[in-house]
Ligand binder design. Structure first.
Ligand code: DQA
Length: 145
């Protein structure tokens, strides 16, 4: 089972970006921790992709159609703006779990709207780097149902 983990804009800055909100781990640290965690499950392979560009994220989702069984995505600020990423998720029909390091529902009002949620099987938010592990657990169980 191959799972794609997509991270959106400014998440390449983790580690130095507002650590009080997003934690002090770099994206590379988070990805390495997730690879370790994935070893608890048989036959799970992870692929990672980060981009600051909406179009590149859409291209990556589209190109996953025949070779990826599930997607974990932290769309970052595109969460709150991108109907185009939502449409790409709906088009490929690959199960998606939405992830956020911070609890977007307890922050500014503009973060409380997620376009992506409408195309996701579930959302995990607020547990910093552990949100990704919880999302992987949920997605694997969903795919095995
Ligand atoms: C984020 C929350 C978004 O509102 C923000 O724009 C991000 C990161 C999170 O992981 O908490 O870039 O997706």
């Amino acid at each position: 089972m191959k799972i794609l983990v997509i991270n959106g804009p400014n998440l390449n800055m983790l580690g130095i970006r507002e650590p009080e909100i997003y934690g002090s781990m770099t994206l590379k640290n988070i990805e390495e921790e997730l690879v370790e965690y994935s070893k608890n499950f048989n036959g799970v392979e992870l692929e990672f992709f980060q981009s600051n560009s909406e179009g590149e994220i859409i291209d990556k989702i589209q190109s996953s159609i025949n070779n990826i069984q599930g997607i974990i995505i932290n769309p970052a600020a595109f969460t709150h703006t991108s109907i185009a990423i939502l449409d790409a998720i709906k088009a490929v029909k690959i199960p998606v779990v939405e992830v956020h390091l911070s609890n977007i529902n307890s922050r500014e009002d503009f973060r409380k709207t997620s376009f992506i949620s409408q195309g996701a099987v579930g959302t995990v938010a607020g547990f910093k780097q552990n949100s990704y592990k919880m999302a992987l657990f949920g997605l694997i169980n969903y795919l095995n149902e």
